[in-house]
Design a protein around this ligand. Structure first.
Ligand SMILES: NC(=O)C1=CN([C@@H]2O[C@H](COP(=O)(O)OP(=O)(O)OC[C@H]3O[C@@H](n4cnc5c(N)ncnc54)[C@H](OP(=O)(O)O)[C@@H]3O)[C@@H](O)[C@H]2O)C=CC1
Ligand SMILES: Cc1cn([C@H]2C[C@H](O)[C@@H](COP(=O)(O)OP(=O)(O)O[C@H]3O[C@@H](C)C(=O)[C@@H](O)[C@H]3O)O2)c(=O)[nH]c1=O
Length: 289
């Protein structure tokens, strides 16, 4: 049986992979690690854990994801998102394991009206995006047999994310201002987990950078409006500009990504974000999370 090591098993994507794993129990033996078992910034520890688990595939669901905090915690962000990823790629190469790594739309500056293709120029405008771009570079330099999935605006029933933040704010506020001039593609992390398993299960040895998200594009304001509609909230939402919602980190104005390459190479079809959002809100209603 092939072995899959999931790093960052306690994170949002990690939980989605844990939820999906039973579907594959006849085919793959999964091991999930959190940062207390495996800190990817510690090369020796990575080496030891690989020797113990001997994975055929490694899914890196770990990252430093605090976009605003990264502006001041620069060293931490680079240690996890860049050097840590470099460690994983090197040890994967030494052990003949295939690395599936996850990156972000925030590697782009967002100054375009087109959908970004995988080989388009990256120019991150914040520390988080810059550290993630460095991670992409180190991953491919250290091990060209890596699949990098760039995704965007992840949410799910697990951990902290925009959907859960909105649902909480809808409970405690009468009205909210939401940025209406930043465009992107919200993505249910459960769909990303499925895409990762589809890639592994395809048996294909096709590597490099791929974009994966739900589609089509929307704004944070329109996204929040759908969260309101699907949850049945009465909150009053107002579209505001980026300037009216100052944050420590700059965010791209339009980081929408083309999804053609993953469809062509891996036959993975994108899902509409409204359908995936509805699924998530139904789960949250049922579990009262
Ligand atoms: N969230 C989003 O909106 C988006 C995320 N992405 C990318 O998707 C991936 C998954 O994100 P998501 O699930 O939301 O992230 P989370 O923030 O939910 O989880 C990240 C996990 O990384 C682990 N981690 C942090 N530092 C280390 C370390 N030094 N060694 C090992 N593990 C560590 C943490 O483990 P522990 O809890 O055990 O400490 C945490 O559970 C990331 O690569 C992220 O950059 C891309 C686009 C959008
Ligand atoms: C809470 C809140 C946020 N906003 C805005 C701020 C920001 O522009 C936008 C989203 O805010 P958040 O801080 O939740 O999202 P942010 O942390 O920027 O999300 C990003 O996370 C990283 C990890 C990624 O890789 C990206 O793809 C993206 O998902 O919503 C409002 O306008 N009003 C509000 O009340």
């Amino acid at each position: 049986m092939k072995r899959i090591l999931v790093i960052g098993g306690n994170g949002q994507l990690g939980h989605c992979l844990q939820k999906l794993a039973p579907k594959y129990h006849d085919l793959y033996d999964f091991n999930f690690t959190g940062s207390s078992v495996l800190d990817i910034t510690d090369y020796k520890q990575v080496d030891l854990v690989f020797a113990e688990y001997q994975p055929d595939f490694v899914i890196n669901a770990s990252a430093y994801t605090a976009v605003d905090l990264a502006e001041t915690e620069v060293e931490n962000a680079f240690a996890v998102n860049a050097e840590g990823v470099g460690n994983l790629a090197s040890v994967c190469k030494d052990n003949n394991a295939i690395l599936i790594h996850v990156s972000t739309d925030y590697v782009f500056d967002g100054e375009t009206n087109l959908n970004y293709a995988e080989d388009d120029f990256t120019n991150p405008i914040g520390v988080y995006g810059t550290s993630k771009r460095k991670g992409e570079e180190l991953a491919l330099d250290n091990n060209p047999e890596t699949v990098i999935l760039r995704t965007s605006w992840l949410y799910s029933e697990f951990n902290k994310n925009f959907v859960k933040t909105m649902l909480h704010l809808f409970e405690v506020k009468d009205q909210l201002g939401i940025v209406g001039d930043q465009f992107g593609q919200p993505t249910n992390a459960n769909d990303l987990a499925e895409a990762i398993m589809d890639i592994i299960d395809s048996g294909k040895k096709v590597f490099g950078i791929y974009h994966f998200s739900n589609y089509p594009e929307t704004t944070w304001f329109d996204f929040a409006n759908k969260i309101k509609e699907f949850s049945g909230s009465e909150i009053k939402l107002k579209s505001i500009t980026t300037e009216e919602f100052p944050t420590p980190a700059k965010r791209p104005k339009r980081s929408t990504m083309s999804l053609d390459k993953i469809e062509n190479d891996y036959n993975i079809e994108p899902k509409h974000w409204e359908k995936s959002l509805r699924d998530c809100i139904e789960i949250l209603k049922l579990t009262n999370a």
